[in-house]
Design a binder for this molecule. Structure first.
Ligand code: MN
Length: 233
């Protein structure tokens, strides 16, 4: 017998996939903090801290469809909406306590994504020792482009990651410069939560984060993956 609900269930957040009309259903969105040394320094950290994690709600996903720019609504309550371009890892095979040398078997695909941040609110929460949710987990805070299956994504260890605002470069890093690489990140995350198919991991941003304003165009690229284009308004 099918379950009856008093209200209709919410729609399943999902991403487009390169080469197929079928979509990738999203379960959770995990994020890694301070995973590139220069960005960690610009946020006030030093040294190789253990990776730390936060989450965005799955329905904070803003799927970026096709090549026309997607509309990114400027969120409420902030005067300082920041871009953070990140490599997104999509989990296809779940698990817990995953070993580093097994971790890449759990990856279904990769995408270009943004960890949009209400920096002023995040800074206030940090100062007060309160949760980051209001700075990180707001509606449409996770714009992500089409997923590329892992086998088609090429060697991301050699890839550059870039972001431009109105055509001007703001962020440019190399995936190889992550403090904790994709396999190490999956291993660490799977010790804290049981990973499941449909989980996304935003793996941290290189240096150069900064504000965007209504009317700005944002473009982001990682070599070998579908680029992302947004208009803020
Ligand atoms: Mn981030």
């Amino acid at each position: 017998m099918t379950t009856a609900y008093v209200l209709p269930p919410a729609p399943t957040p999902s991403l487009p996939v390169v080469g197929t009309p079928a979509r990738f259903a999203v379960r959770r969105i995990y994020c890694v903090g301070r995973n590139y040394a220069e960005h960690a320094r610009e946020m006030g950290a030093s040294g190789r801290e253990a990776p730390f994690f936060f989450l965005k709600p799955a329905d904070a996903l803003l799927p970026v469809e096709g090549s026309a720019p997607t509309h990114l609504p400027y969120p409420s309550l902030t005067q300082e909406l920041h871009h953070e371009v990140e490599l997104v890892v999509a989990i296809g095979l779940g698990g817990r306590d995953i070993a580093v040398d097994e971790a890449l078997r759990h990856v279904w695909g990769y995408a270009v994504g943004l960890d949009m941040t209400r920096r002023d609110l995040q800074a206030e929460m940090k100062k007060q020792g309160r949760p980051w949710c209001i700075g990180k987990g707001f509606d449409a805070s996770a714009p992500i482009a089409a997923l590329t299956p892992a086998a088609q994504a090429g060697d991301l260890a050699q890839a550059h990651i870039r972001l431009q605002v109105n055509g001007q470069e703001r962020q440019h890093g190399e995936i190889a410069h992550m403090i904790w690489n994709v396999a190490e990140t999956i291993a660490a995350l799977s010790r804290a939560w049981t990973l499941q198919p449909g989980d996304l991991i935003l793996t941290g941003t290189p240096a150069g984060v900064g504000p965007v304003q209504p009317g700005d165009g944002i473009s982001a690229q990682i070599d070998g993956l579908t680029p992302l284009q947004l208009v803020v308004d």
